[in-house]
Design a protein around this ligand. Structure first.
Ligand code: BJW
Length: 243
């Protein structure tokens, strides 16, 4: 690997997308066989869709939530490699995931932000109360915070909504020494713009993906291949640079 010349005392920020969970058996969104090839975004992933037809939106998310348990989806070597980096990197790492699965925390990542929310949480439209949710969700469910029926929705971020913890993420991006983007197509903002923000600083930017993303030209270093191969290899190189 070309020398990264980053100080070990500087934090690393890692952005992950659906590609990191693909080899665990979860679908991506925009690949040929991805989620958006069989369902329209406008029908399931906007607040307007939920207002128009909450049953259809619940059905879409219930099916995906069920898969997580029925398929025994487990973290893969890429998720574990990021835990290894977190334990080894003196400056610390923050994983910012766009994924709503819980594979990073199952692998053991500690410093983690779910910017697009979590599959296994429900949020009340009436009072914003958030609660862990493992089974199906429906318009019959009652919020345990305010007692309202019909307002519970998956605690995920739909198009047109503000992603979570943006202040923390921007602060981390502006203070990091290295930004690593893994398994994301670079189609969805604000995540797709993180590399541009980092380029305003002295930090280096690395893309690890199956193929070049939309923003590939903005990265200093790129490596392409399945996440279970390129992520552990990159992490090993990074840790070796400490010696
Ligand atoms: C592998 C692999 C393997 C495969 N190994 N790799 C016009 C211009 C600019 C912006 C906008 C615009 N119009 C509207 C907007 C904003 C809009 C947006 O970006 N739209 C675009 C479509 C243009 N964004 C928003 O509305 C966001 N909110 C917002 O901007 O608020 C304003 C604001 C910003 C900042 C501060 C304050 C306020 C919200 C976006 C919400 C996205 N939600 C979803 C659904 C979440 C819930 C759910 O799961 O159902 O999030 S959509 C979906 O896309 C999901 C993902 O997190 C997200 C990104 O997808 P990802 O992860 O990149 O997946 P793919 O499939 O696209 O790519 C997979 C990649 O993996 C590919 O590259 C493969 O090659 C690779 N791969 N196998 C390694 N084995």
């Amino acid at each position: 690997m070309a020398p990264l010349s980053i100080s070990p005392d500087h934090p690393v920020v890692v952005l992950t997308g659906a590609g990191i969970s693909k080899e665990s058996g979860l679908s991506t969104f925009r690949d040929k066989d991805g989620i958006w090839s069989s369902v329209r975004i406008e029908d399931v992933a906007t607040p307007e869709a939920f207002q128009r037809n909450p049953d259809a939106v619940h059905d879409f998310y219930n099916k995906r939530r069920r898969l997580l348990t029925e398929q025994h989806v487990e973290p893969n070597a890429a998720h574990y490699a990021l835990v290894k980096l977190e334990l080894a990197w003196p400056g610390g790492i923050l994983v910012v995931t766009q994924n709503v699965d819980s594979l990073h925390e199952q692998a053991g990542s500690q410093n983690l932000i779910h910017m697009h929310g979590r599959h296994r949480e429900a949020r009340c439209n009436a009072c914003d109360h958030v609660v862990a949710w493992k089974g199906d969700m429906s318009t019959e469910d009652v919020c345990e915070g305010c007692g309202e029926r019909g307002g519970l929705r998956p605690n995920v971020v739909w198009f047109g909504e503000t992603p979570m913890d943006m202040d923390l993420i921007e602060e981390a991006l502006l203070g990091c020494g290295l930004f690593v983007s893994i398994g994301t197509s670079g189609n969805v903002y604000p995540a797709a713009g993180f590399v541009e923000l980092v380029r305003k600083t002295h930090a280096r930017a690395v893309e690890l993906n199956l193929e070049p993303s939309q923003g590939a030209a903005r990265f200093d270093i790129t490596r392409y291949g399945p996440a279970t191969e390129v992520v552990p290899a990159f992490v090993d190189d990074l840790i070796a640079s400490l010696e």
